[in-house]
Write a protein that binds this ligand. Structure first.
Ligand code: 2HG
Ligand code: ZN
Length: 438
């Protein structure tokens, strides 16, 4: 009854989708693991409409799942309890690039690649980049504190946000889009990384970085992870280093089968390390000098931009190639670099009979462990991660998938503080119930 009344009221203030065949696209995640349902998808066109929708939901006591590009991998943006979906996709406004301040204001629904085009036309760039750039949105990136391939140089999304505008659970709007680099008038409201549980991000003032068009990219074949870590330590002497991504032969075979790409190297190697440098001046000479000192088993250097994108593809196509193989269990963990070799030695016995595809962001010790078939070994793997002082979710967030294991990465005092913040900002648990906050 409440839901019916809420649906009717929402459809008077915002565009909505109720046709189940259209709504289905908002109810299933990218992997196909999370399949929910909703009576209504609200598609407000501006912040005022988002506020109206939230006010109605608060008045009717109806729960809401905020959603951006629906590229999440932990079930954090899917209506698993029949909630209203609040899609921010229509909030696509992009302000003028402030070149002096190196900032821009973007609506929550701006897709990452559209943001990149907009700011690159002004000679600047956004510091966060990853494979889902054509679908992931600014709001979703903030809500999940997205990481990606350039974290080693520019940090995660958190480091690239100056201020956020958000709608709270009661429909009130808080807005910090003024772009002041200095403003110590209190603490930050914790929207970044809150996974839609504390407020609905509607826009953000983003920090930009210089556009570095001179790039040098290479793929190294190495005998193992210890060798890759040694190479990384040397490569880190380069100020221009922007990317250090790794993958393995099992994943590479899947990617090649899926994309039809030829082998990137003459021989097969235990570990492939994809590195990229970017600088105002051609970084190729300094990268090549370092590569020569590394004793890699094999090195492939990109000749031009097309070649660079081809090399990226071997790494970036892992997610879609794995999806084409089956519905994966996805573990996104981080370990202190010194713990990686020992953890990786233990991993095969922990995952038992599952097919294991391993790749990720080496510089942050961030492993994407993708598993197909067999018994779900999540518990054993995440406990082992915690034993080494690692994180049970490095960049994808907690969502619904990882809530049972959050205590492995967060102390009782931290979890109590999470609950207190949730209680203060969303006392009736209308925002993304069941996600992140235990
Ligand atoms: C990436 O690094 C994403 O490409 C996705 O974080 C990782 O599919 C995955 O497991
Ligand atoms: Zn990743």
């Amino acid at each position: 009854m409440r839901m019916e009344r809420a649906s009717q009221r929402i459809s008077q203030v915002a565009r909505v989708v109720t046709d189940p065949s259209v709504a289905a696209g908002y109810c299933t995640d990218f992997t196909g693991r999370w399949r929910g349902s909703t009576p209504l998808v609200a598609l407000p066109g501006d912040t005022a409409e988002v506020a109206e929708v939230m006010r109605i939901c608060a008045e009717e006591g109806v729960p809401v799942v905020p959603q951006g590009g629906n590229t999440g991998l932990v079930g954090g943006g899917v209506p698993m309890g029949g909630e209203v979906v609040l899609s921010l996709r229509r909030l696509t406004g992009l302000g003028p690039v402030d070149v002096a301040a190196q900032q821009v204001t973007a609506g929550a629904g701006v897709v990452l690649s559209a943001l990149q085009r907009h700011v690159r036309a002004a000679g600047l760039d956004f510091g966060v980049d990853f494979a889902a750039r054509d679908a992931a949105t600014v709001g979703g990136m903030i809500a999940t504190n997205a990481g990606g391939e350039r974290v080693l140089r520019y940090g995660t999304t958190r480091a690239n946000v100056v201020g956020v505008e958000a709608v709270l659970a009661d429909g009130s709007v808080v807005s910090r889009l003024g772009g002041l680099a200095k403003d110590n008038t209190g603490f930050e409201l914790p929207f970044t990384g809150s996974e839609g549980t504390l407020g609905v991000v509607t826009a953000a003032r983003l920090r930009l970085v210089p556009l570095l068009e001179r790039r040098a990219t290479a793929l190294l074949g190495l005998p193992g992870v210890p060798a890759a870590l040694e190479a990384l330590a040397v490569l880190r002497s380069l100020d221009s280093l922007e990317m250090a991504e790794f993958f393995q032969p099992e994943g590479l075979r899947l990617v090649r089968g899926h994309t039809g790409l030829p082998s990137p190297t003459r021989e097969e190697h235990a570990v492939y390390l994809l590195v990229e440098c970017a600088a105002p001046r051609d970084p190729a000479p300094e990268l090549h000098a370092v590569l020569e000192s590394l004793h890699a088993s094999e090195v492939v250097v990109a000749a031009d931009a097309a070649d660079r994108h081809r090399l990226w593809r071997y790494r970036e196509a892992h997610t879609e190639a794995i999806n084409a193989r089956g519905v994966p269990v996805k573990l996104d963990v981080a370990l202190p670099l010194g713990e990686l070799p020992g953890f990786l030695d233990d991993l095969p016995s922990l995952v038992g009979g599952c097919e294991l595809y391993l790749f990720g962001h080496l510089a942050e010790g961030n492993l994407h462990i993708n598993l197909i078939g067999g018994q779900d070994p999540t518990d054993a793997v995440l406990r082992r991660v915690a034993l080494s002082g690692g994180s049970i979710s490095a960049e994808h967030g907690v969502g619904r998938a990882k809530t049972p294991w959050l205590h492995l990465s967060r102390s009782p005092a931290e979890l109590a503080a999470f609950r207190a913040v949730k209680q203060a900002l969303d006392p009736r648990h209308l925002l993304n119930p069941g996600v992140l906050v235990p």
